[in-house]
Ligand binder design. Sequence first.
Ligand code: ZN
Length: 336
Amino acid sequence: MKAITFHQHGTIDVLKYEDVPDPTGNIVIDVQYCGVNHLDIWTRQGIAGKKIRLPHICGCDIVGTVRKSASGFEAGERVMVYPGLSCGQCESCRAGRENQCSKFAILGGMSDYDGGYAQQVSVPAANLVRLNLESKTAATLAVSYLTAWNMLSTNGAKAGKSVLVYGAASGVGMATIQLAKAMGLSVITTAAGKDKSAFGKKLGADYVIDRLSQDIAAEVTKLTDGHGVDIVIDHVGAATWQTSIACCRIGGRMAVCGMTSGNDATVPVRMFYSKQITMTGALLGSKKQLLELIDFVSENRIRPVIDSVFELKDTGQAQTKMEQGLHAGKILLSCG
Ligand SMILES: [Zn+2]
């Protein structure tokens, strides 16, 4: 089969479109679409001190059809993949919080398991979810929407509360705006420039702060009558932690799931404790949360915006577009 691999970590040019052996296993999926996520870029770049088996195939947001009947699934059945792999036996796994398992790994992520940047992928039957959604929508859910769902539910999101999320046009940004609005929260978001601000408005955000011309903390203070928001969703990292703490209300919550701007943040410690902020980290979510999310997305007719669909062979262009921040909404690969 054809796949996008890398044999060493590095910049975009380490990606290779090449023939690799077909995957074997109980369940093999013919991949239809695979979503592109920042996680794929971090995996390609590598994390210092973390070794994975090479060559590696990225891609965690997988939708396709089952190749051969097995484990209760029929050949040709449409499925999506929950990308979390875990031991299945520890206390966290038994409690349905497998993303807190000490053996937790993400299929296609920074792990020894190949993902969906390929024509086929082998997946444990327990990770399959039967599809009742349109394929392109489904290919957006298992990473950014699941992570946003996890952060919102863990931090007590409900009608009447307020949330700040950065980057309306990013995967987690768009997911948070759409999910939080459907839950009845008041949503403040940020965007760079006119077009992306308009995109945030179109998604349903109540307020969009243009970070190129406005000060985020000052605007949030104004919009919340000086109180700050109940929840801040931070996937930006080093560049925004100070702002996030400044934007939380007293007793507020800060949920962190990424660091696109860098890993080393400076924190105003006094402001953090005197505001009595609770900070939570999120890595993906559980399969149970994915099933809840799928129901919520269907019931509320949430339609993630697809920025663009690239052919598998053009994955380099897709990742470049994401790295340069030129997208508004999800980028998908068409792998069939
Ligand atoms: Zn476990």
